[in-house]
Ligand binder design. Structure first.
Ligand code: PXL
Length: 274
């Protein structure tokens, strides 16, 4: 049966992140994708200087009211970078009013990396995101975001006990299923950890020693697509990891391509994996 998903995240006009990766990836997965732009930026905020930022929070109530009037609902909702703490609260309301009963609610709490909040976010935003994570079926934080959500200190080097404490902390704030990204227990591997009803599965893959922007969005979009195509949490997490790694491998030899990953030539691989 046809499925229609709504994804809420920003349009960074240039920079290969958020909606400019979510829309092509979900479409490649064969899923009708409706969008609600949370903000419009000239570029993403990680590395470009002087970007413009228009917060679209005030436009959201009228958009949702129109959909409601037209009887438009969605089989799933997937959120990424949102425009303001008030907007995060609106999205929480959308989960109740616009998603069909039993529809998947997937939240990527895209707000931080490498121990730091992205430019423009503050404690109020983190608190609102914590509430949104409670309302979600699946959340996909990286370690920095998990530390912020749980209030635990961020650690660059850590062991399995630290990761366990992050998972316990996320369970304590009410997160149901967790896909924790960027977990590394050895110098040459990095992996994704899935915690499903308390059962933990860790799948490491080879680490590439270069930081890439937008890979969290590529990952969460491919995960969401694979999940909606009927894969289990663990399968979807693995497909998304293999796809993201392929995108990184396709970019690693292009130093001028510093702002994102060249995911487009890899979409056919993702389709094969589904
Ligand atoms: O990829 C996450 C992201 C999304 N949107 C905007 C960003 C970032 C990361 O920096 O700046 C606007």
């Amino acid at each position: 049966m046809d499925q229609r998903i709504l994804t809420v995240q920003d349009i960074s006009c240039v920079g290969q992140c958020s909606l400019t990766v979510a829309l092509p990836i979900l479409s490649a997965c064969g899923i009708e994708t409706a969008i609600l732009p949370s903000a419009v930026l000239s570029t993403h905020t990680a590395g470009f200087k002087g970007y413009t930022f228009r917060d679209l929070t005030d436009d959201i109530p009228a958009i949702c009211a129109h959909w409601k009037k037209q009887g438009i609902t969605f089989d799933a909702l997937y959120t990424g970078y949102l425009g303001s703490a008030r907007q995060v609260e609106m999205v929480e309301h959308m989960m109740k009013t616009l998603v069909k009963a039993g529809g998947a609610k997937i939240v990527d709490p895209a707000m931080a990396d490498n121990g730091k909040l992205y430019a423009g976010f503050d404690d109020d935003y983190v608190a609102a995101m914590r509430r949104l994570c409670r309302a979600a079926d699946v959340i996909l934080p990286n370690i920095t975001e998990a530390a912020l959500l749980t209030g635990l200190p961020y650690r660059e080097s850590y062991d399995e006990d630290y990761i366990r404490s992050l998972l316990d902390g996320l369970a304590a704030i009410g997160a149901r299923h967790v896909v924790l990204t960027g977990v590394s227990y050895a110098r040459d591997t990095l992996g994704v950890l899935v915690c499903e009803e308390g059962k933990v599965t860790y799948r490491p893959h080879r680490r590439i020693d270069r930081m890439f922007h937008g890979t969290g969005d590529v990952y969460a979009s491919a995960f969401t697509g694979a999940r909606l195509r009927g894969h289990t949490l663990v399968e979807a997490a693995a497909i998304a990891a293999d796809f993201t790694l392929a995108c990184i491998e396709n970019t690693v030899d292009a130093p001028e391509h510093w702002y994102g990953v060249r995911f487009e030539p890899m979409l056919s691989k993702l389709i094969e994996m589904l």
